[in-house]
Structures are given as structure tokens and as C-alpha cells.
Design a protein. Structure first.
Length: 56
């Protein structure tokens, strides 16, 4: 979790949505950087997200 000053100010939700969009564009790259074994955890079952689909 992180935030910036602009995310906490008025209009911050728009800044947050832009950051989320930017994260979504590089989802596969980010997943690959998290190390091995995440495919066993991120199955899309039992209230986890699918490793293949970005969600927020």
C-alpha cells in the first residue's frame, strides 16, 4: 500500500484511478517480478484474484 500527497488531497480519487490504470498496463511484468509460486496462491478461487487478470 502507498499513497502520495496528491492522492490524499481533493480530487485524489482521480489520481488513484490513474495510478491503478498505470499498474494494470504492466500487470504481467509486475507479477513476474514477485517471484515463483504465486500461481499456486493467485488462483481466482477462495477470494483470491486470478494471476492472469488485473483487478482492484
Amino acid at each position: 500500500n502507498y499513497s502520495t500527497k496528491s492522492m490524499r488531497e481533493d480530487g485524489g480519487f482521480e489520481v488513484i484511478k490513474k495510478a491503478i490504470l498505470n499498474l494494470s498496463l504492466r500487470h504481467k511484468e509486475h507479477i513476474s517480478a514477485y517471484g515463483e509460486g504465486n500461481e499456486r496462491r493467485l488462483t481466482g478461487r477462495h477470494e483470491t484474484a486470478s494471476i492472469d487478470q488485473f483487478s482492484w
